[in-house]
Design a protein around this ligand. Structure first.
Ligand SMILES: Nc1ncnc2c1ncn2[C@@H]1O[C@H](COP(=O)(O)OP(=O)(O)OP(=O)(O)O)[C@@H](O)[C@H]1O
Ligand SMILES: [Mg+2]
Length: 430
């Protein structure tokens, strides 16, 4: 800002104040002009009449009222934004300021879509972030490229820590749900819900003990349990995490590797039948309108089945799991698995890469985080090892082809879980 001449600064300040109130000023000027004209041309009562009619029209039309209010608000926001940019030296060549294209409000803050003036670019904008954060009294500000050209950026201002509070699962009060629809897994940094689409996709969850894997799994199992058309196959190495869902599970397996293998073989046989039927009807994948429902295979604690017992059993389990993940998509088989020990022996790369969604909750090391998300993400700043151990349920979610997003998984407490199970039993058997 020091480089900008003082009189230009003053001129711009006045101009920005006028800009921020341009609608109010134009309305006042317009009203004054109409009043004067009416008084001259018609009788002295006519301006009052015109004023009363215009005001009642405005008050009676909710659409107009809302439009006017949002226009006034946007003008005010734009003016404030320009003041802050000016004082934080987010200025292009010749003193031009970024242009506000649109604003999006979200629960924890606001996102501004901006067009940058010549001479201002993403990196120079980023250098001003500490000052901008203080000027906005924000918790954090992030700028990222947005739109089709380098001229457009999205500035996200976060006022609240969306992860400070618990995020109760939206399913807590649901009577029913459908696994064909996206399932809300948690909430993002911006406070907006994050959903995943499980049809044709699998999910892998990894994290140290107590990081929140079973809680995250609960949201998925709850969505499936409340959908009576879903066949649930639950494999629970600890036997206590998923056992609450016993009444709605088609198959429930505890620690036994033999039982786990048999359960996966049953699913494999059903998958093969479905493919035969699909091919007979010349279809490529099962449809929502068809008679076959989705099959959800949930494995809590992969290590128990992939590391323990005899080698032949371990290998058989790994083969079956890989087959279901790689071929299950079109037959409606969905695999959701969690592991306490994200290492290459438990989750070999060839299995990991088959999971479209990967959620890395807090891990003990960047390598463990990379085992879930994929090689190299930790070095790019997406490491679940730096998550605060107190922030249970917080992790990085990677969705096919995207960039990991930090999120907090939806919570279902034990007493809520018991009520959910009751409702799911009713939805299925009454
Ligand atoms: N999303 C969340 N919101 C609030 N609290 C959570 C969340 N996730 C986990 N927690 C808290 O953390 C505790 C441990 O979570 P959870 O049992 O899911 O961990 P885990 O990763 O499955 O552990 P383990 O590996 O030992 O099975 C929960 O009892 C709960 O109190
Ligand atoms: Mg657990």
């Amino acid at each position: 800002m020091a480089s900008a001449p003082r009189d230009f600064e003053r001129r711009s300040w006045t101009w920005m104040c006028i800009q921020g109130r341009r609608l109010e000023l134009s309305l006042t000027a317009g009203t004054f002009a109409v009043f004067s004209l009416c008084r001259e041309v018609f009788n002295p009562l006519s301006p009052t009449l015109v004023g009363a009619v215009s005001l009642s029209m405005l008050l009676c039309q909710p659409g107009w009222r809302r439009g006017l209010a949002s226009h006034l608000l946007n003008n005010r926001r734009e003016a404030r934004l320009r003041h802050v940019f000016w004082y934080c030296d987010v200025v292009g060549r010749g003193g031009h300021l970024p242009r506000l294209v649109s604003v999006r409000d979200f629960p924890a803050g606001r996102s501004y879509y901006l067009e940058l003036p010549t001479g201002l670019y993403l990196e120079s904008f980023e250098r001003r972030l500490p000052e901008l954060t203080a000027a906005f009294s924000a918790r954090a500000i992030r700028v990222q490229p947005s739109g089709k050209s380098a001229r457009f950026v999205e500035m996200t201002v976060t006022y609240d820590d969306a992860f400070r509070r618990e995020y109760p699962s939206p399913l807590l009060n649901a009577r029913a749900s459908s696994l064909w629809e996206p399932v809300v897994l948690g909430v993002g940094e911006d406070g907006a819900p994050i959903s995943i689409n499980l049809f044709e996709h699998n999910l892998l969850i990894g994290g140290e003990p107590g990081s929140g894997k079973s809680v995250a799994l609960s949201s998925i199992v709850a969505a499936a349990a409340l959908d009576p058309s879903v066949h649930l196959v639950l494999l629970d190495g600890k036997e206590v995490e998923l056992s609450l869902w016993l009444d709605v599970a088609g198959q429930f397996v505890g620690r036994s590797q033999d039982d786990a293998i048999r359960a996966l073989e049953d699913v494999q046989a059903e998958m093969d039948d479905r493919y035969r039927e699909l091919s007979a009807y010349r279809k490529r994948k099962i449809e929502r309108s068809g008679r076959q429902g989705l099959i959800l295979v949930v494995v809590d604690e992969l290590a128990l089945y992939l590391r323990g017992g005899e080698k032949a059993l371990r290998d058989r389990f790994a083969d079956l799991l890989r087959d279901l993940i790689s071929r299950g998509r079109a037959a409606g088989v969905i695999v959701v698995a969690a592991t306490q020990k994200p290492s290459h022996e438990i989750v070999p790369t060839f299995i990991r890469d088959l999971f479209a969604y990967r959620l890395a909750l807090r891990c003990t090391s960047p390598e463990a985080s990379d085992t879930i998300l994929g090689q190299g993400w930790a070095s790019q700043g997406f490491s679940a090892a730096v998550i605060d151990p107190q922030h249970r349920g917080v992790g990085y979610l990677l969705a096919e082809g995207g960039v990991p997003r930090q999120m907090l998984s939806a919570n279902i407490r034990d007493d809520d879980l018991a009520r959910l199970v009751e409702r799911a039993v009713k939805a299925r058997f009454s």
